[in-house]
Design a protein around this ligand. Structure first.
Ligand SMILES: *[C@@H]1O[C@H](CO)[C@@H](O)[C@H](O)[C@H]1NC(C)=O
Ligand SMILES: *[C@@H]1O[C@H](CO)[C@@H](O)[C@H](O)[C@H]1NC(C)=O
Ligand SMILES: [Zn+2]
Length: 327
């Protein structure tokens, strides 16, 4: 019996060393102190940031191409790494993304979540100082660097597609499998295989054309300044209970009630706001012959509203857009 206890202890110490990520979100391992152990966390182009929509530069970037996002993917792993919940794809080929601000292909590495103690905050980036209860990060590495480990050594190594969550009264059915898996990975360093095939597109909002993009960093140590961020404007809508399930996840120190980094100075950076002009024309004339689609197939139904976060002349067009998708 004593032997078992001793070996468990050794195992725990070993894990701490091999994972090496001695950082947290509170006290003397909290974000304020990351810069002491990880120099890049004190850099000038850090993430997250607040996006002031009055200061963004509107642009029409090339079409964003999402490859494999509507595939039905088997053998998807859900892991509690002690800081967040990771979703990883084991089977090849992995989904990929190109176009938009990206000059070549980026391969899917993992996705994970950031949340807060309650539904009033939890997202990392903010829009006009508004926080959202949760944020999804889909991380991709540049194909030519061959691996995420190599990619973080290059300033254009990673791209993260970031999505905000907001509250809805209706449950989002595509999140049921994730919620179920969460119940089996409440302990740190545990992992399960998702019970059903998983499709990226199903967990995303309807509008993937309007996004903010800027250059920043990883939001956890080592805070490498290697990320091309794309923050999609339209949030994903979940119920309070669906978000609450994430707050049951535990680290070695207890429940992970929050795991978002506070906003960092924007410095000399410019945030671009991608608008596809043709897209609005397409909606206004209600031409259902879709020639501009980024996706091989569109979902026919979706509960997402066309909620706009941008209080400008664009909101009138957003309303037109919202109406047309509900028709
Ligand atoms: C959310 O949490 C913050 C910080 O703990 C607290 O100040 C605030 O009152 C909470 N809000 C709600 C609605 O529970
Ligand atoms: C979680 O565990 C329960 C019971 O142990 C099992 O029935 C269920 O299939 C598991 N879910 C996943 C997603 O692994
Ligand atoms: Zn993240």
């Amino acid at each position: 019996m004593q032997f078992v206890v001793a070996s468990l202890f050794v195992f725990a110490v070993f894990q701490e060393v091999t994972h090496g990520e001695e950082f947290g979100y509170d006290g003397n391992i909290g974000p304020m102190y990351w810069g002491e152990r990880y120099r890049e966390c004190a850099g000038k182009h850090q993430s997250p940031i607040n996006i002031n929509v009055l200061r963004v530069k509107q642009v029409t970037l090339p079409e964003l191409v999402l490859v494999g996002f509507d595939d039905s993917i088997d053998n998807v792993h859900v892991t509690n790494n002690g800081h967040t919940v990771l979703i990883e794809v084991k089977n090849e080929p992995h989904p990929r993304v190109r176009g938009g601000p990206l000059d070549s292909d980026y391969i899917f590495s993992q996705m994970h979540f950031h949340w807060g103690d309650n539904d009033t905050f939890g997202s990392e980036d903010k829009i006009n100082h508004r926080s959202f209860p949760m944020e999804l990060h889909m991380v991709f590495y540049k194909e030519e660097y061959k691996s995420p480990t190599e990619a973080v050594k290059h300033s254009d190594g990673l791209t993260v597609l970031a999505f905000f969550y907001e509250l809805d009264r209706h449950q989002h059915p595509a999140y049921d499998d994730i919620t179920l898996a969460l119940q089996n990975v409440t302990e740190p360093h545990t992992s399960v295989v998702m019970s059903h095939p998983f499709s990226f597109l199903n967990i995303l909002p309807y509008d993937l054309k309007r996004y903010f993009t800027y250059r920043g960093s990883l939001t956890t140590p080592p805070c490498s300044e290697v990320v091309i961020w794309l923050d999609f404007e339209q949030p994903i809508r979940l119920t309070h209970e669906q978000i609450e399930a994430f707050r049951e996840i535990r680290s070695a120190h207890g429940k992970i009630t929050h795991n978002f980094r506070p906003i960092q100075p924007i410095g000399d950076r410019v945030v671009f706001y991608n608008i596809d002009n043709n897209y609005y024309v397409y909606n206004e004339i209600e031409d259902h012959e879709d020639t501009t689609t980024v996706r091989p197939s569109r979902r026919k139904k979706g509960r997402s509203s066309g909620t706009s976060l941008v209080p400008s002349t664009l909101s009138a067009l957003s309303v037109i857009y919202a109406l047309s998708i509900n028709l």
